[in-house]
Design a protein around this ligand. Structure first.
Ligand SMILES: [Zn+2]
Length: 379
């Protein structure tokens, strides 16, 4: 699945119609959640049926395209399913009880194959359901020309701090050829460097991550100082929202480029299976930033791994920083010890570099264990 995004250009009246659709989608999602909380043993199909009940009961809910209503119910369900899954697996820490969406920011509504229409030249989109939002000019859709309309499986409308966007989810598997590099790489991520690989190469944490985060905190405080419900507060909130957008776009850009580069320059990538969600919530600013960037980085590594056909293997994080990469002896060290010095073989290496090698070794061991037996030798 590939996703393209374009900005929508229309009149204020049209944006208001989109707002109505967005709020209705949120209403359906929240109502489904409420229905699940109030009744026992509700499943996915009950929620789908409940959508029709809502549409009969509330005239304005009926305005939303029926497939879009279903999509909202499905979204409610996926939150519920994730929660019950975490409970079943007894995931430590918070289980992520599904929450009601209430904020105005970042609302979205998802259409499937009906409720919208593309113009002949694919520069305009018309929303055809009961809200009558009409025809919008789209910015940034050149890529759309390469695909058939039938390949567009979903169309989402998203509201961001700086406007309305539409996303097209297109049903193609993206693959690219990978030139063999003859290199396997293990990667350790940390606070001191964004990453260290098993060849000892390091990528610094970009300065803007810290700086941006500080700027965010500042705008956050500015919002808090304004009177609740006031116009000024709404303005400050929008400014904060825009800043958030800028920061997340910048971080994503850095992470995507780095992940693509790592995957392209090796034939196997080994990483640590860190469960960032389970880490203790930490008020240490730098730590929280690098956690966020790291989990995003991992997702993109796995994505590019699929695109280029390069295996990305996550290994359990135990002892990767403690063991000696040369002889395997456990050498206890605190977080502040930056150099690994082996008490047995005398091996000296940067702490993160040592860990990156251990990560790669673990992944190779795992592969060796799990592929032996497939090969047969005919005598
Ligand atoms: Zn050693």
């Amino acid at each position: 699945m590939i996703v393209f995004e374009a900005k929508l250009q229309g009149t204020d009246g049209q944006y208001q119609a989109l707002d109505e659709a967005l709020r209705t989608a949120r209403f359906v999602r929240n109502s489904c959640l409420r229905y699940w909380m109030d009744n026992q043993g509700i499943n996915k199909y009950d929620l789908n049926k409940y959508c029709a009940v809502l549409a009969r009961e509330f005239k304005w809910a009926d305005k939303l395209n029926s497939m879009a209503r279903q999509a909202s119910a499905e979204r409610a369900w996926s939150g519920i399913a994730r929660f019950s899954d975490n409970c079943k697996k007894q995931v430590p820490g918070k289980k992520g009880f599904p929450r009601f969406k209430k904020h105005q920011q970042n609302l979205s509504v998802e259409y499937k194959t009906s409720g919208w229409k593309l113009s002949e030249d694919r520069r305009e989109i018309t929303f055809t359901d009961g809200f009558k939002a009409g025809t919008f000019r789209m910015w940034g859709t050149r890529a759309l020309h390469y695909y058939q309309v039938e390949q567009i499986k979903r169309v989402r409308v998203v509201r961001r701090a700086d406007g309305y966007y539409t996303q097209f989810c297109i049903d193609v598997e993206r693959t690219e050829t990978h030139e063999l590099t003859g290199k396997n790489v293990g990667i350790d991520v940390g606070l001191n460097h964004f990453l260290t690989d098993s060849d000892g190469q390091q990528i610094e944490n970009p300065r803007f991550l810290r700086k941006d985060e500080k700027a965010l905190k500042k705008s956050q405080r500015r919002v808090a100082r304004k009177k609740k419900g006031s116009n000024n507060r709404a303005k400050a909130r929008n400014r904060l929202g825009r800043k958030h957008l800028k920061v997340s776009r910048r971080r994503k850009d850095f992470v995507v480029k780095t992940a693509r580069c790592v995957v392209q320059s090796s034939d196997l990538v080994a990483i640590e299976d860190l469960k960032v969600r389970n880490m203790v919530k930490n008020h240490h600013l730098a730590k929280s930033i690098s956690d966020a960037a790291w989990s995003q980085f991992r997702e993109w590594l796995e994505y590019f791994g699929k695109v280029f056909g390069v295996p990305v293997i996550a290994v359990p994080p135990h002892f990767t920083s403690q063991d000696c990469s040369n002889c395997g002896t456990e050498v206890k060290k605190t977080l502040s010890t930056r150099t690994h010095t082996c008490s047995r073989c005398g091996h000296i290496q940067d702490r993160d570099w040592n860990a990156a090698i251990n990560i790669l070794k673990k992944a190779l061991q795992y592969l060796a264990k799990n592929t032996v037996g497939h090969m047969e030798i005919n005598a």
